[in-house]
Write a protein that binds this ligand. Structure first.
Ligand code: ATP
Ligand code: MG
Length: 224
């Protein structure tokens, strides 16, 4: 496989400033992720896993330190360039799904496609992805509040895949699924990784982490 660094973090620190004081959520994290890797991120609640994923996904900028994606330092990119990079290369499955409550499941999945292509999907890709995650046509016409947690999670998976991202970031992708559905999602992620997609996945579940080929453990904002 082509062994190129996809993401490089050098001494990345993220501080949240709160009225009660500063919270150092990431403390000088240095990390390299190669193209094609499948990495699990584990660690106790509050150790900085979601914060790390947000940095990797360029959803937020480091307080200090450097983050490079595809060889480009994100410090040298403006917000517009970062947004384009995100839209074209990254799929994100959020811990809390972040589906848009007023849109149907179908429209939620189509949304990043619209943002990228500036037109609705006439290729059937939305339908086929919804089929893949087991959301039928009736469910697809429901809005997220009308769906169960597991169904919302599967819609979020389909949405993350709509633009065929080379990098997939997943925050507890199976957290709200029973073991059968969780297994299906993990098989799907494994297959995507086999096809060359890079995957980083936060999980509390050692069984889920076994699907990954490398595990990173976080503690108190540091990679141990
Ligand atoms: N938006 C925010 N504003 C202020 N503090 C935050 C914010 N997001 C996270 N934190 C703090 O940063 C630290 C790391 O949080 P983070 O969400 O990254 O943990 P986590 O490892 O994902 O935990 P969990 O397993 O519970 O999801 C925590 O102390 C948290 O309270
Ligand atoms: Mg989290």
């Amino acid at each position: 496989m082509d062994e190129k660094p996809l993401i490089e973090l050098a001494e990345v620190t993220k501080v949240y400033s709160l009225p009660s004081g500063d919270v150092v959520a990431l403390d000088r994290v240095s990390l390299t992720i190669m193209e094609g890797e499948f990495v699990a991120i584990m660690g106790p609640s509050g150790s900085g896993k979601s914060t790390l994923l947000n940095q990797l996904g360029c959803l937020d900028r480091p307080t200090s330190g450097d983050l490079s994606l595809l060889g480009r330092n994100t410090r040298d990119m403006n917000d517009r360039e970062l947004t384009d990079l995100r839209l074209n290369t990254i799929g994100y499955i959020f811990q809390k799904f972040n589906l848009i409550p007023l849109l149907t499941a179908y429209e939620n999945v189509e949304y990043p496609y619209l943002m990228k292509h500036r037109k609705t999907d006439d290729t059937g890709r939305v339908d086929s992805l919804l089929g893949l995650v087991g959301i039928d046509r009736v469910m697809a016409s429901h809005t997220p509040p009308e769906l169960s947690g597991g169904q919302q999670q599967r819609v979020a998976v389909a949405r993350a895949l709509i633009n065929d991202p080379m990098l997939l970031l997943c925050d507890e992708p199976t957290g709200n699924l029973d073991s059968v559905n969780g297994h299906q999602i993990m098989e799907m992620l494994t297959e995507l990784n086999r096809k060359g997609r890079t995957i980083l996945m936060v999980t509390h579940d050692p069984e889920v982490a076994k699907y990954a080929r490398r595990t990173i453990v976080m503690r108190d904002g540091r990679v141990t």
